[in-house]
Design a protein around this ligand. Structure first.
Ligand SMILES: Cc1cc2nc3c(=O)[nH]c(=O)nc-3n(C[C@H](O)[C@H](O)[C@H](O)COP(=O)(O)OP(=O)(O)OC[C@H]3O[C@@H](n4cnc5c(N)ncnc54)[C@H](O)[C@@H]3O)c2cc1C
Ligand SMILES: *[C@@H]1O[C@H](CO)[C@@H](O)[C@H](O)[C@H]1NC(C)=O
Ligand SMILES: *[C@@H]1O[C@H](CO)[C@@H](O)[C@H](O)[C@H]1NC(C)=O
Ligand SMILES: *[C@@H]1O[C@H](CO)[C@@H](O)[C@H](O)[C@H]1NC(C)=O
Length: 611
């Protein structure tokens, strides 16, 4: 890490490619610095969550040469990336793509922001660090959709083991041995628990245990990542020793620092993929066109084995569409008519519910008081401890909807009985939003509810005139556009109200009353209005290049944009490896599933290339 940051400090002044070649990889900040004599077996588009895993694993074979191309900036030393508590502040800064959705009908016509990591590590560098794998039902469902048992829970065990290692929280006297989740392995990514307890934690655990006997939909869990994702427990996080870990810190930087067969080109956007040759009658997509600014000079790189597209749900769909791989009905002219590109996009809607509390220990002051923030940041720099060493979320829970929900011809969209429909997240402060600014006084708890098995579907399309990747595509999440999603959100509100009505939240007069617009929303219609006026997303878009089952008689050889081995249908030499291939939305936070897809993809690519 340190070595590389020193190197990067120099990179502006002199081209690394002119340095004598050592074990260290080359890091280029300009395409014209890449010697034309360099040849690459694999080109990975996007140094994000998935891309770095793939690039790192492929470069384990020293006979293969890998080039990673990233649009965004270096992650080294970026405070909002490194400090867990400051994660929300990364949005609309140099490490964000700053996208917005088109007006969302289900949100009364509001457009909402779409943060995406524009930085090494991609969205793993700017997300909120939650580590939830989802249930065994989720992966078994993906196996059944794709007809590939390799995506099933049991078959994936060895890949999970390769990703994460559990790291003890720094203040570990609060975590008893039987509270340690067992679902980690010995991989490079640190996964840990909150470093210290905050006021709501014990109340959440007690309530879950208390309510369990009355309604089994409420329960306490030590590890929501061990196959059954239901229950309330600690938020497992991608951090260790008080600092965030990402696919860049865990996979990319170590590979760059120790291998000479992986090169990185940053600050450079892939504008499209190009056909390099034809195999039989099938186009081979082995070329990658890049530029550093709109209308700027273009450079083309070629991969002799494969191009791996890991630009994320939005970037991947955009690049495929710009490359002529997409729905003929939308694009007019295509190289390959692939009707599902940019379709099937799903995200999780969320909603903040505010409560005033009788406490002097919430972290509302830390959100208001600049001097306190400076003190906390200095503490973090000095020892990686204190409030800033944790994320804003210590506890959360995943729930099923009641059975009665599905009696009137409503079918269950979740992947199985161990998967959730809704989520409840506890924050020991007021969570300010565009609609709900931080109150100048008072102590609060925010209960965030989300629908994690939504049925609303959206899309990614090219903007008219959006003929390159410097114009943002049209992003439509279709949020809250189905009655199911609205009803599920209402149930999530009711369930969270039941939860915090329990005695542990009222001990010492802790919970006072609902606050703000939510306090006024008492009728169902008022709650729906509050929902449509305030809901946002958990930033988990998936599905714009979904994988599907083979079926030899169909035009592309099967369903979806890719086959179950993630090879893009209708072309050769191109795979998609990122959140876009998910055919269904995980009923949990999505980064763990993306790491998993990438680990298995790397193994599939090695197999298919005799590595
Ligand atoms: C604000 C926020 C909070 C979140 N919180 C959580 C959470 O707490 N827990 C959780 O599990 N998940 C969370 N997520 C979701 C999770 O981070 C994503 O699902 C996951 O990181 C997606 O991985 P990916 O590889 O598909 O895409 P990304 O990680 O976004 O990687 C795509 C990469 O491709 C690059 N790229 C895109 N287009 C181009 C181009 N044209 N040329 C070159 N490079 C390009 C991007 O810059 C980026 O580096 C959150 C996401 C956000 C944005
Ligand atoms: C997002 O906005 C920030 C702040 O204006 C800017 O620095 C950054 O470059 C923008 N991101 C992109 C991809 O343009
Ligand atoms: C908070 O601090 C004030 C002032 O010191 C005190 O009067 C009040 O009782 C405290 N409240 C709680 C819940 O501790
Ligand atoms: C709640 O309703 C009251 C009475 O109609 C109104 O004065 C107040 O502004 C409302 N509060 C919010 C936050 O909408």
């Amino acid at each position: 890490m340190k070595q590389l940051s020193t190197v990067w400090a120099l990179a502006g002044a002199l081209s690394l490619s002119s340095l004598p070649s050592t074990v260290r990889a080359a890091v280029y900040t300009n395409p014209s610095d890449v010697p034309s004599s360099n040849s690459y077996d694999f080109i990975v588009v996007g140094a994000g969550t998935a891309g770095n895993v793939v690039a790192s694993r492929l470069s384990e074979d020293s006979s293969k040469k890998v080039l990673v191309i990233e649009a965004g900036v270096d992650d080294t030393g970026v405070v909002t990336v490194e400090v867990p508590f400051l994660a929300p502040l990364a949005q609309n800064t140099a490490v964000d793509w700053n996208y917005t959705t088109i007006p969302q009908t289900g949100l009364n016509g509001r457009s909402i922001t779409v943060p995406r990591g524009f930085v090494l590590g991609g969205s793993s560098s700017i997300n909120f660090l939650g580590w939830t794998r989802g249930s065994e039902d989720l992966y078994n469902k993906i196996a059944s959709i794709t007809g590939d048992s390799g995506w099933g829970w049991d078959a994936l065990e060895s890949f999970w083991t390769k990703i994460s290692t559990f790291v003890q929280p720094t203040d570990n006297d609060q975590v008893t041995p039987d509270e340690i989740p067992q679902s980690n392995g010995n991989g490079p990514l640190d996964v840990s628990l909150p470093n210290f307890d905050i006021e709501p934690d014990e109340r959440v655990f007690e309530t879950a245990k208390l309510l369990q006997s009355q309604d089994s939909r409420f329960k306490y869990t030590v590890d929501m990542n061990a196959g059954d994702s239901l229950g309330f427990g600690y938020n497992q996080v991608t951090a260790g020793g008080g600092a965030r870990t990402t696919s860049a810190t865990a996979y990319l930087h170590p590979a760059l620092n120790s291998r000479s067969n992986i090169d990185l080109l940053i600050n450079t956007r892939v504008t499209r993929l190009l056909q390099s040759s034809t195999s039989g009658s099938t186009p081979v997509f082995g070329k990658v066109e890049v530029a550093q600014k709109a209308g700027g000079p273009k450079t083309v790189f070629q991969a002799s084995s494969e191009v791996i597209l890991s630009a994320g749900t939005i970037g991947t769909a955009q690049i495929l569409l710009l490359s002529g791989i997409g729905p003929e009905a939308d694009l007019g002219q295509v190289v390959v008519n692939s009707p599902d590109v940019g379709k099937n996009v799903r995200d999780h809607p969320l909603l903040e519910l505010y409560f005033s509390v009788n406490s002097n220990d919430t972290y509302d002051d830390a959100l208001r008081d600049a001097d306190l923030q400076t003190t906390l940041l200095n503490q973090w720099f000095a020892s990686k401890t204190g409030l800033f060493a944790d994320t804003p979320v210590n506890t959360l829970g995943f729930m099923r909807l009641p059975d009665s929900f599905f009696t009137s011809g409503v079918s269950d969209p979740s992947s199985g009985a161990k998967s959730a429909h809704t989520e409840v997240i506890f924050v020991d402060a007021f969570v300010p939003t565009a609609q709900n600014p931080m109150p100048s006084v008072g102590d609060f708890m925010t209960v965030i509810v989300a629908v994690v098995s939504p049925t609303s579907v959206g899309s990614i399309k090219l903007a008219s005139g959006g003929s390159d990747t410097f114009t943002q595509p049209l992003i439509d999440y279709g949020l809250l556009s189905t009655d199911f999603d609205v009803q599920a959100m209402l149930q999530a509100i009711t369930d969270s109200e039941t939860f915090i009505a329990a005695s542990p939240f009222h001990r010492d007069g802790f919970l006072v009353a609902p606050f703000g617009g939510f306090a006024n929303a008492t009728t169902t219609q008022q709650k729906v209005d509050y929902m449509r006026n305030n809901a946002d997303t958990v930033h988990h878009p998936v599905g714009s290049a979904k994988m599907g089952a083979d079926s030899p008689s169909s035009p592309l050889g099967g369903d979806g944009v890719t086959d179950p081995r993630l090879r893009v249908r209708g072309v050769k030499g191109l795979r998609v490896v990122d959140a876009s291939v998910l055919p269904i939305i995980p009923e949990c936070h999505t980064q763990a599933a993306v790491y998993l897809i990438a680990e298995r993809a790397a193994s599939l690519i090695k197999e298919d290339n005799g590595m």
